[in-house]
Write a protein that binds this ligand. Structure first.
Ligand SMILES: *Cc1c(COP(=O)(O)O)cnc(C)c1O
Length: 367
């Protein structure tokens, strides 16, 4: 009986490091970019925004979670008889993507859900069961122990052995997979890449992927295009006791991935690995707090969707898009927060990462 957890990433990924990343980045490159034709309401300059539809990378395992979870499927393949077990809320994009892929791979999945449940299943939970996942509801109090070994062992006693996928897809492991998005982005023209951040693993992975691409170009003697990553946090930036701030988290993951890449790939990313890529947080677009969907954001989202026919999710991508709109002074009926800094650059092409999450719309009455 056992709880299988990810061991040492550098041992594990040696065999698959470059091929898996390369395959994932091809998956990203295969997704459409939709160009928004917009001009600034202030100086009527036109602004080029491309929306990279990573939400369409898989029919159901949409968006960034597809990339973040990739390495867990390597681990799962080593334990063909064990189910996966993971954690999330009642509208979790993470569990949704995991369940979709589990169904495709014919793998059992146990979803440990935050909060007890009564009555009918909501549309997300009901999809999870129809994709074959087993739902295991726990109290909010118990759920807080999700990272504790003793709690995992008690789950194992109730439910049997399993492969554990941490909530949200794990920081370094998740960021590792998100590098594929950065590698793919390096093949695109746009100099500014915009992405929403929850934990920041996706953003860190994108930066590390761009770092890796720049190091490869440098090694090949090619010229290097400077890239900027603009990160829109959807969780208010405060530091609770002992909790790392988002910036520290991103900096730390980026460094760890650079070290790992130096060992695993034939590309050195020493010392100056961070030269070609800069990043900033574009703060102030949480619209109250994580998960809040106030009237002005609703208005922005519905206006955006009827104009461009691109659906956004209320938790992440609508907030990140609103940040772009505000920074670029683009016209809208919605009164958006003022961007504290203008991190987006004049006459710059913007590549907006559509990170998915569309199933979560149903939690806010959108279909
Ligand atoms: C989970 C999620 C994010 C945030 O990813 P992090 O790696 O936690 O920063 C962004 N967009 C969507 C749609 C998501 O589901």
């Amino acid at each position: 009986m056992a709880v299988i957890q990810f061991g040492n990433l550098s041992d594990f990924s040696a065999s698959c490091h470059e091929t898996l990343l390369e395959n994932l980045s091809q998956d990203a490159l295969a997704q459409a970019c939709q160009v928004l034709d917009v001009s600034s309401s202030v100086n009527s300059k036109s602004v080029a925004i491309e929306v990279w539809r990573l939400d369409q990378v898989c029919q159901r395992a949409s968006g960034n979670k597809y990339f973040k979870q990739a390495l867990y499927w390597q681990l799962a393949a080593q334990h063909p008889d064990l189910p996966l077990l993971s954690f999330g809320g009642h509208y979790s994009n993470h569990l949704y993507a995991l369940a979709a892929e589990a169904q495709r791979r014919d793998k059992a999945l146990i979803c440990v859900l935050r909060g007890l449940h009564q009555g009918e299943l909501n549309p997300c939970l009901s999809d999870l069961t129809s994709m074959g996942a087993h739902l295991h509801f726990v109290s909010r109090k118990d759920y807080r122990n999700k990272h504790q070994q003793s709690y995992l062992e008690s789950l194992q006693q109730q439910l049997g052995s399993f492969i554990c996928v941490p909530e949200g897809g794990g920081q370094l492991i998740g960021a590792w997979g998100a590098q594929a998005i950065g590698l793919a982005a390096s093949k695109k023209e746009a100099g500014t890449i915009v992405v929403a951040a929850g934990t920041g693993s996706t953003a860190a992975g994108i930066i590390a992927g761009l770092d890796l691409a720049a190091a490869r170009s440098r090694q090949a003697g090619d010229s290097i295009a400077v890239r900027r990553v603009v990160i829109v946090p959807v969780i208010n930036l405060h530091t609770e006791d002992g909790q790392q701030s988002l910036s520290e988290e991103i900096t730390g993951l980026r460094r760890q991935l650079a070290e790992l890449n130096s060992r695993q790939c034939d590309t050195l990313l020493e010392g100056n690995y961070a030269n070609a890529v800069s990043w900033q947080l574009l703060d102030g677009f949480q619209f109250g707090a994580y998960g809040k969907f106030p009237a002005e954001l609703k208005l922005f989202l519905s206006e955006f969707e009827s104009r461009f026919q691109i659906p956004l999710d209320p938790i992440y991508t609508a907030k990140a898009m609103a940040a772009v709109w505000s920074s670029k002074n683009l016209a809208t009926q919605a009164s958006l927060p003022q961007a504290s800094h203008n991190f987006l650059y004049a006459d710059e092409k913007i590549l907006f990462i559509h990170s998915g999450g569309l199933q979560g719309r149903r939690g806010h009455g959108l279909f």
